[in-house]
Design a protein around this ligand. Structure first.
Ligand SMILES: [Zn+2]
Ligand SMILES: [Zn+2]
Length: 92
């Protein structure tokens, strides 16, 4: 499989919907990535980057990864999910 963010062919990756993959190195990078406000939607969960109004409180959705060419976006919530998945897999 090919990582959707760094285009590297990898054996292990976190799989998103469709053919989206985040390699373990990119997941690692997410923990130090700067959260960005950009125009667009997360390619994994489809949430619009920006403020999402909830019933009780609003959530700030920011992009933590963005592919410079194909525009694949990963939001901070999916980034956290990816880290949790990797952590679980490593510890299991
Ligand atoms: Zn990658
Ligand atoms: Zn997302």
């Amino acid at each position: 499989m090919k990582c959707s963010f760094c285009d590297t062919e990898v054996e292990k990756a976190v799989r998103g919907p469709g053919m989206l993959f985040v390699c373990l190195e990119c997941v690692e990078d997410l923990s130090v990535a700067e959260e960005k406000d950009i125009e667009g939607k997360c390619s994994f969960c489809g949430t619009e980057i920006g403020t999402v109004k909830g019933f009780f409180r609003s959530r700030k959705i920011k992009a933590v990864a963005l592919h410079p060419i194909n525009g694949t976006i990963l939001c901070n919530e999916c980034g956290k999910l990816c880290r949790d998945i990797v952590k679980y897999q490593v510890e299991a």
